[in-house]
Design a protein around this ligand. Structure first.
Ligand code: BES
Ligand code: ZN
Ligand code: ZN
Length: 489
């Protein structure tokens, strides 16, 4: 994808996108007479009101731009950069199926262009995405690729900076969309072994040290959480370890991602309704892998260890069962109450294993609980942890990137919930505070290391299509985590 920037004197693109606030009647930025007249005729007609997500797609009789789309931004005083990203998504979601490949954006609004330009890139590339791997119809399979984005109304002195920022965003979004494909891929294709292969290919490409453990090695390491969860499936587990070590660094970050390629619930079987969605139960794993992909290109001076346990949770004849007691990697014993609370078991082993690197911080990211979706819906991920400073960093990066997190408490009183009669802890303690229980459980495996847990059950997936995104995988977390790591130096 090519990014170009320039002034607004000479607007030539296949498509011109004009963002408009409510009640705007003229566009001052454009200098071309013919274009000004065309636009003002439309604005004066009143057919377009500028409401948020409203659009008007027009074909012009000017040769360039051939198409103009007006994109409503809502009330000027209320519009945020977060809205802008979504508006960009709305535009490309409409234009990509029309086969439009070269986009032009008239940068407007009171935001600094260094902030708004990369947001346009992100929104446009995110909105154009569709998962079409298994569509047979040629038309539906047609490429939705954006080949060029031209940003108009940029001052000469800012051109270089804006172009650089936009090409970073464009690279990140390429990763995001690649991993959306992997999340959307059905679990009969995207098995633990296949996802491990994807990780290795990425690591080789990015020159990151990598190791993959199979069942035998996982058994040798006594990662009993991972072993137990995988036992009900014929697909063997994998444990992926990536080590990005730049020549110079001060801090080490350890990332852990939940990689359940399908979560049926196991013996504690889930109801059929909606179970097909549980192919996205590896979106934590892809958030970590996508982040490593981005890091391998940006090369920040931070050592990053990525640990990704990969399993399939099925109720086969040798499946683990409620009542089973597992001795985990760190020696703690866990009574299994529900085999559907499997994510915390595999992440716990990975976190405990990660301590051997003596990291300065650990972050795990997981589609961990339905309770988190109930609490926060799809607009924010849950965040919990044992270190205020780390949580504060992630929160502020969340505001900047638009991948927002909201903190839930992790007071020691909650530990009562997971006390077990027969083992050290149990994996579920009733119905109360479900998202917190998940985190309280994980806390038992991180020692004193600053740690944060991000629950993306609600943000990783849209059940229904949005005006700015197709239904399915959102690719949430890659932008957040790569920006957190950039700052963790
Ligand atoms: N993968 C699910 C959590 C989930 C639910 C993700 C909905 C996305 C959407 C997780 O493994 C799970 O099943 N959690 C249980 C925990 C319960 C048994 C304590 C849940 O949330 O119901
Ligand atoms: Zn589950
Ligand atoms: Zn799960």
């Amino acid at each position: 994808m090519k990014v170009e920037v320039g002034d607004a004197y000479n607007v030539r693109s296949q498509l011109l996108i004009i963002p408009l606030f409510e009640e705007e009647k003229e566009i001052k930025e454009i200098k071309d007479r013919g274009l000004i007249e065309f636009i003002s005729r439309i604005l004066k007609s009143g057919v377009f009101k500028g409401k948020i997500f409203e659009t008007l797609f027009t074909v012009t009789d000017l040769t360039e731009p051939g198409y103009i789309i007006f994109a409503g931004m809502g009330k000027r005083e209320q519009a945020t950069l977060h809205d802008l990203r979504k508006v960009a998504g709305v535009v490309s979601k409409i234009c990509a199926p029309k086969g439009i490949e070269k986009y032009g954006v008239l940068l407007r609004g009171s935001w600094s262009k260094k902030l708004s330009a990369p947001i346009w890139i992100e929104g446009l590339l995110h909105g154009a995405y569709r998962y079409m791997e298994f569509k047979s119809e040629k038309e539906e399979k047609a490429s939705h690729e954006i080949k060029e984005i031209f940003l108009y109304n940029v001052k000469e002195s800012e051109k270089e900076d804006i172009k650089n920022l936009c090409s970073i965003s464009s690279n990140i979004l390429r990763s995001v969309n690649v991993y959306r494909d992997i999340i959307n891929a059905p679990s009969n294709y995207m098995t633990p072994a296949k996802l491990a292969e994807v990780a290795i290919e990425m690591a080789q490409r990015g020159k990151i040290k990598h190791k993959v453990f199979g069942l035998k090695e996982i058994e040798k390491l006594k990662m009993c959480g991972i072993i137990a969860v995988s036992k009900g499936s014929r697909e063997e587990p994998r444990f992926v370890e990536l080590d990005y070590s730049p020549v110079k660094y001060k801090n080490t970050m350890c990332l852990v991602g939940k990689g359940v390629t399908f979560d049926s619930g196991g013996i504690s079987l889930k109801p059929w309704d909606g179970m097909e969605k549980m192919k996205y139960d590896m979106a934590g794993a892809t958030a970590v892998l996508g982040t490593m992909d981005v890091i391998s290109q940006m090369r920040p001076p931070v050592r990053v260890i990525a640990l990704v346990p990969l399993v399939e949770n099925l109720p086969g004849g040798s499946a683990y069962k409620p009542g089973d007691i597992l001795k985990m990697y760190n020696g703690k014993t866990v009574e299994v109450i529900s085999t559907d609370a499997e994510g915390r078991l595999i992440i716990a082993d990975a976190l405990a294993y990660g301590l051997k690197y003596e990291p300065d911080a650990m972050i795990d990211i997981a589609t961990l609980t339905g309770a988190c979706v109930v609490a926060l819906g799809h607009e924010a991920s849950g965040i919990l942890g044992n270190d205020e400073k780390l949580i504060r960093l992630i929160k502020s990066v969340g505001e900047e990137t638009g991948e927002r997190v909201w903190e839930l408490p992790l007071w020691k009183e909650y530990e009562e919930l997971i006390k077990s009669d027969h083992a050290d802890i149990k994996n579920v303690g009733g119905r109360d505070a479900g998202a917190i229980q998940g985190a309280v459980f994980l806390k038992q495996f991180v020692g004193d290391v600053p740690w944060a847990h991000i629950d993306i059950a609600g943000t990783a997936w849209y059940d229904n299509e949005k005006p700015y995104a197709s239904a399915g995988a959102t690719g949430w977390g890659i932008r957040l985590l790569s920006a957190v790591i950039e700052k963790f130096r």
